[in-house]
Design a protein around this ligand. Structure first.
Ligand code: DX5
Ligand code: ZN
Length: 216
């Protein structure tokens, strides 16, 4: 069986105790941390900026996956890179030249990914696939934690898995939104490599068990 990566979203962590929560995830054996950056414009919510990432970088060596739900990632991605993120994911729905952006990010030495909102089709990102290391398929409308998984996104995951296999692209599939022990199974079967999970992990009595239950 291929390896599945669990990327807990610190959006559901305790913001006054982020270092403690990240250390807890490290001890459980997690490898990635998903960081939801929202600007109150691309999405209705405002979350955290590069300053918080810079502080977290000092307490852990875990892989930082920055999900930029912002209108102008071309203006801000370098701040996140300097703060220590390993992967920068921008959205397909922004107006910037995405190929240029992906190339710039990768040339700087970090990984680049593109994310699609539920209404955006796989066809819209097909041209970009050779330029990115990862596609993040949103299974909720971006903006908030704790929403329900949209089952009708599953065919999109399968379609993407097929294209990546046929064209032999070196590209991970990450799924974000409403992941729990049931929906993780659906996503793994559909071809996911990375599963983001926020509220399911952080609201669990035993986060370690919650994380383990996502693999099975
Ligand atoms: C939503 C964010 C997600 C979210 C996941 O806009 O991109 O990463 O925090 O939270 P859950 O797992 O609670 O849906
Ligand atoms: Zn996210």
């Amino acid at each position: 069986m291929k390896k599945i990566i669990i990327a807990p979203s610190i959006l559901s962590a305790n913001f006054s105790n982020l270092a403690r929560d990240v250390k807890m995830l490290e001890q459980v054996g997690v490898e990635w941390i998903h960081i939801d950056v929202m600007d109150g414009h691309f999405v209705p919510n405002i979350t955290i900026g590069s300053g918080v990432v810079k502080s977290l970088r000092k307490v852990t060596n875990l892989f930082f996956d920055a999900h930029l739900m912002i209108t102008n990632p071309e203006k801000h991605w370098e701040d996140f890179k300097k703060a220590g993120v390993d992967l920068i994911v921008f959205h397909q729905e922004i107006l910037t030249d995405k190929k240029k952006l992906a190339k710039e990010i990768k040339d700087s030495g970090v990984k680049a990914g593109v994310s699609i909102k539920p209404k955006t089709s796989i066809e819209e990102i097909e041209d970009l696939l050779p330029y990115v290391d990862l596609v993040l398929v949103m299974t909720v409308e971006p903006g908030f934690e704790g929403q329900s998984f949209m089952e009708d996104m599953v065919p999109k995951i399968k379609c993407l898995r097929k294209i990546i296999a046929v064209k032999k692209y070196n590209c991970f599939i990450e799924i974000d939104g409403g992941i729990n022990t049931q929906t993780s199974k659906t996503c793994i079967e559909a071809g996911a490599d990375v599963l983001v999970s926020g509220s399911y992990i952080f609201s669990a009595k035993n986060p370690t068990e919650a994380i383990k239950s996502l693999f099975i």
